[in-house]
Design a protein around this ligand. Structure first.
Ligand code: NI
Length: 136
């Protein structure tokens, strides 16, 4: 008897898409306005999905309060109101695309959530553009 519990949250952050091996001209050609040298912001929506067996004692897959606390402490506090390129070591050598942000969040949470659970992360960069990362 498996189910998936989901925690939806959000954070605001600035970034600039760029490949450090390229000059500004090449970055502008590939990433367009997303490579604006003075950065730009997004209101990111994050959905963390945890799949596992329903515990017959509690009726829970996982205590949602614990999932909230882990997500707030290790992801939201880390990235909210930050410049991802400048403030966050994770992106000092990694382009902060939605794909790479989702992967980074998954890697952080994978270390905090018991291995018996399946973990997926969905990151909305805009209302219409979102990425799912499953660790595969
Ligand atoms: Ni952007």
């Amino acid at each position: 008897m498996k189910a998936t519990v989901c925690r939806k949250t959000h954070f605001n952050a600035a970034h600039r898409l760029m490949n450090r091996a390229w000059d500004d001209k090449k970055n502008a050609e590939v990433f367009g306005v997303c490579s604006n040298p003075n950065y730009h912001g997004h209101n990111y929506d994050l959905i963390v999905k945890v799949t596992g067996d329903i515990d017959p004692q509690t009726g829970y897959v996982m205590d949602m309060k614990l999932l909230k606390d882990i997500t707030d402490r290790y992801v939201i506090q880390k990235f909210d109101h930050k410049n991802l390129n400048l403030d966050c070591d994770e992106f000092s050598n990694l382009n902060p695309s939605a794909e790479n942000i989702a992967m980074t969040i998954w890697n952080i949470l994978r270390g905090k959530i018991d291995e018996r659970y399946e973990l997926r992360v969905v990151l909305y960069e805009t209302e219409r553009n979102f990425v799912e990362y499953t660790g595969e």
